[in-house]
Design a protein around this ligand. Structure first.
Ligand SMILES: [Zn+2]
Length: 456
């Protein structure tokens, strides 16, 4: 089966050009001017932007958290992803205490298999570091899991400084890389105790007990540990100017530091925690939303190519689940959705507001995550030989984000009422049209992607 997309505006990490794209089977066969093929179904996409399928390297589908399970599983989460132009998600398989990494990976394969409508892969979250896990790191690499997640906070999940150092040394041996959630666990606990002693239980305490110093201190410590281990490092969901400055300092020492941020840290701020109940609960995420100056710092960093990837940390909870913490801010399940909105939000508020270019958008959403997570050049670029994952975006159409029209298994939208410029019209996944006129037309086509070593 062949498809010829005529006269589309093809966006890559380097340039933007009007070209034809010939898809053959699952792959992009040729890109050029004035292509023709009598056997191909031809589609005129003039005036439309063609972008490589987006990659969301930070989702949590079907994740047990705080006595409940995220609202979106691989069924609804991957459908939402596709509708938003995301053709690949990298979710977090999670090792629980006493469990092997192989068992954790098996668990996550079972959650995704047969349910995923987009392609998927897994990072491995390590919570229980010991000699046999040391050995299993090689198994993970062999099975295509080349990136690992470490938490510096959350009882039951967090690893200490000793373990972080040992894990980074081990990953260096096998060519793996770690992404780290940076927050100082002990200080958060002390700040929570302070608020509780004062009788404060309101949602606003959430951000008061996780200030930016808590992120920056953990980043500083992590970056120094990575320096000692002589290992590159990924900071996931960077939120603050203070944290960003720590990363710049480590880079100035010659360290390789990759930064990820998320749309919520660019578009929302901590004043939302002052909203009345239950509205404020929707925005409880960790690390929390910050101030306007932090947002501006992150936008500038994107414009200067100092942040490599924009992911979502999609971790959704219904209002009923969020209400578990109505009377106690420490019991609010932390997380918000995003996998459906990321691309169009970045296009609207980044590209159309001239904060970043189209090629930068392409790098942040597709090319850089493909390289960093070892699936380039198969994914992340519209190029001959790559998987034909293509997003057709109509730059003239407009939309409004609303809980009524989103595909999430959710009863609210954090970006409710946000106007968007441009709409994702059609999405191809490995040559097959999976979204047409904003509707899923082929479900459950997702496959597991084995990944190689990072190369960014
Ligand atoms: Zn996360």
């Amino acid at each position: 089966m062949k498809t010829l997309l005529k006269n589309g505006t093809v966006v890559t990490g380097e340039d933007v050009r009007v070209l034809d794209v010939l898809i053959e089977g699952e792959k992009i066969a040729v890109i050029g001017e004035n292509l023709s093929d009598p056997d191909a179904r031809t589609e005129d996409v003039s005036g439309k932007l063609l972008l490589p399928g987006f990659i969301d390297a930070h989702t949590h589908f079907d994740l047990p958290v705080a006595g409940t399970v995220t609202a979106d599983d691989f069924e609804t989460g991957s459908r939402a992803a596709l509708l938003g132009g995301t053709t690949t998600v990298i979710d977090f398989a999670t090792q629980y205490h006493g469990e092997s990494l192989n068992k954790a990976l098996e668990n996550w394969h079972a959650k995704a298999k047969g349910k995923a409508s987009c392609d998927y892969s897994f990072h491995m979250s390590i919570s229980d570091w010991n000699d046999s896990v040391f050995e299993e790191i090689q198994d993970m690499i062999d099975l295509g899991v080349t990136s690992f997640k470490l938490y510096m906070t959350y009882d039951g999940m967090m690893v200490g400084d000793k373990e972080i150092y040992q894990i980074l040394k081990r990953l260096k041996e096998v060519g793996g890389i770690a992404g780290v959630h940076c927050e100082n666990s002990g200080v958060i606990k002390a700040l929570v105790e302070e608020q509780k002693k004062l009788g404060n239980n309101s949602t606003a305490c959430h951000s008061m007990t996780r200030p930016c110093q808590v992120e920056a201190e953990a980043m500083n410590r992590l970056l120094r540990i990575a320096e000692l281990a002589d290992s590159p490092i990924i900071i996931v969901h960077l939120t603050s100017k203070a944290g960003y400055e720590e990363a710049l300092e480590a880079r100035s020492r010659g360290q390789k530091v990759y930064l990820e941020t998320c749309p919520q840290y660019l578009l929302l701020d901590q004043s939302l925690y002052e909203l009345p109940l239950p509205e404020c609960l929707k925005y409880v995420i960790a690390p929390p939303l910050r101030k306007a100056e932090d947002r501006e710092c992150l936008w500038s960093a994107l414009a200067e190519d100092k942040i490599q990837t924009l992911s979502t940390d999609h971790c959704s909870f219904s209002m009923e689940q969020k209400l578990m913490g109505e009377k106690d801010f420490t019991k609010i399940p932390g997380g918000m959705p995003g996998v459906e909105d990321r691309g169009i939000l970045l296009y609207t508020y980044g590209v159309r507001e001239n904060r970043i270019t189209l090629s930068q958008m392409c790098r942040l959403l597709a090319e850089n995550p493909a390289k960093l997570y070892g699936i380039f050049p198969r994914k992340g670029r519209i190029a001959a030989g790559a998987d034909a994952d293509i997003v057709v975006l109509d730059p003239e159409a407009e939309g409004v984000i609303s809980a009524k029209t989103q595909a999430y298994n959710m009863d609210y939208a954090p970006y409710e009422g946000y106007k968007t410029k441009g709409q994702i019209e059609t999405v191809y996944l490995r040559g097959r049209k999976v979204v047409e006129n904003h509707r899923i037309v082929a479900a459950h086509e997702g496959i597991y992607l084995k990944r190689g070593k990072y190369s960014l």
